[in-house]
Design a protein around this ligand. Structure first.
Ligand code: IMP
Length: 427
């Protein structure tokens, strides 16, 4: 038996989809544990590009059971569009299951997300505007709708009457926006119900059965540790827990059954949306890394902010999640640089910090402390084994692991499966 958690070690977009795709071949089940269609993974398999938002990228392997766990918030319309897109490209989706306990994004959630952002003005968070925050707010407020509610039309109608009163009050009185119509929502969601029904399950017995039978399970996190609602750069975070702990609560797998926690990190840092980003390269070099690394969001198309690898944040992610194995992606993007930096800590108000401070204003204005490395200035794309990498590149990779406190077991030097250099399969 093995239960592996895969978390994003930075601000999301670390290339987790590619790693899930790599590991899915060796596992029986992939469970997505949190987030919603704010996430976006691009996986290139056999020369074809596949985009994932809600459906685990493990679906590319027809033998893998893919579960959307109860910690995820599912926009049924986005789910069905994604499902149909994958089916149209020939992917077998029969092995896909959604937990009846997963909450739904309702039509008023994206509207409230957008209006809330506009009202914040200069303090806006830069959300994906997919309604993810408002959906989690309602879950915690205990007025959320769950996927299983699609199978209970009478309950759905009764509850919607009550919830919509609250929502329309906020929409019209606070924001001066149009109210939502109960009948229209019901018709829309009952229409989805029929199409989603075959995928809805009580996943508790499925997951417990897999644990009892000693199956190999992979828990797929979305976003990253620095966007975690508790550990991240609050309030510039997402509304769920993209951490190892979140993977347990979002799937129902107990921490005592976890056998390995893998952290995926990019060889440099990126962030979308607002919030402190100490190593940011707001200059021509950042622009060039953005172009070479094609750093534009899979979900919103927004240009990602670029920075040097932040090992102070990396160490914080490794130690607070128990990451025992690191994957370093997009190393090839640094191939042309003559010098590369790694941030090892921050100087703030005359103090040296070895981890990100909670005070967001201090984190915003701190001075990163750097270690400098010579670039390798050779293409790494042709490397097929770790040993094929130039010595300067290996020195950089190994120093990243050393500073973060875990070994780098996999290095990725390009988008394809053949560009993945596995030193040790992290399962
Ligand atoms: P939300 O999750 O849409 O509420 O957005 C909150 C913050 O998380 C914003 O800064 C988003 O850009 C960021 N975010 C959400 N999902 C992702 C992701 O999958 N990758 C990177 N950033 C994300």
């Amino acid at each position: 038996m093995s239960v592996t958690i895969l978390v994003g070690g930075q601000w999301g977009d670390e290339g987790k989809g590619k790693v899930v795709d790599l590991l899915a071949e060796s596992v029986d089940m992939v469970v997505r544990s949190q987030g919603g269609n704010n996430a976006g993974h691009t996986v290139v398999a056999n020369g074809r590009e596949h985009r994932f938002h809600l459906i685990p990228s493990g679906i590319l392997n027809p033998a893998t059971l893919c579960i959307i766990g109860h910690g995820v918030v599912v926009d049924p319309s986005a789910f069905l569009q994604e499902l149909e897109r994958h089916q149209a490209s020939g992917i077998d989706t029969r092995n896909l299951v959604i937990s009846e306990r997963a909450h739904m994004v309702m039509p008023y959630h994206p509207v409230l997300d957008k209006l809330g952002e506009e009202m914040r003005g200069d303090d806006r968070l830069g959300t994906t505007r997919r309604g993810i925050g408002p959906a989690y707010e309602d879950k915690v407020r205990r007025i959320g709708f769950r996927i299983g509610d699609l199978q209970k039309p009478v309950f759905l109608e009764k509850k919607l009457r009550f919830v919509l009163r609250l929502k329309n009050e906020t929409l019209t009185k606070l924001y001066g926006a149009e109210p939502f119509d109960e009948r229209a929502i019901l018709d829309e969601y009952l229409g989805y119900a029929e199409r989603i029904d075959p995928y809805i399950r009580d996943v508790y017995p499925i997951i417990q059965g897999a644990l009892t039978e000693g199956r190999r399970i992979l828990l797929e996190g979305a976003q990253g540790v620095m966007l975690d609602i508790d550990l991240g750069t609050y309030p510039y975070v997402t509304s769920s827990a993209p951490t190892a702990g979140g993977a347990c609560t979002g799937s129902g797998i107990p921490p005592s059954r976890i056998t390995r926690t893998v952290g995926v990190f990019k060889a440099y840092a990126t962030r979308v949306g607002y919030g402190p980003f100490p190593t940011e390269l707001d200059d021509a070099l950042g622009e060039s890394i953005r172009t070479i690394g094609d750093e534009f969001g899979t979900t919103t198309g927004r240009a990602r902010r670029i920075g040097w690898f932040d090992a102070a944040a990396g160490r914080y992610a490794v130690s607070s999640n128990g990451i025992d194995s690191m994957v370093l992606t997009k190393v090839d993007v640094l191939d042309n640089l003559d010098a590369i930096r790694i941030c090892t800590g921050y100087e703030s108000k005359g103090e040296l910090w070895d981890h990100p401070m909670a005070n967001i204003s201090h984190l915003k204005h701190c001075e990163p402390v750097y270690e400098d490395f010579p670039g390798w200035q050779t293409s790494t794309r042709e490397a097929r084994r770790y040993e094929d990498l130039p010595a300067a590149c290996r020195a950089y990779v190994e120093r990243v692991g050393e500073l973060c406190g875990a070994t780098v077991d996999v290095v990725s030097v390009g988008p394809d499966r053949e560009h993945t250099l596995v030193r040790r399969l992290p399962l």
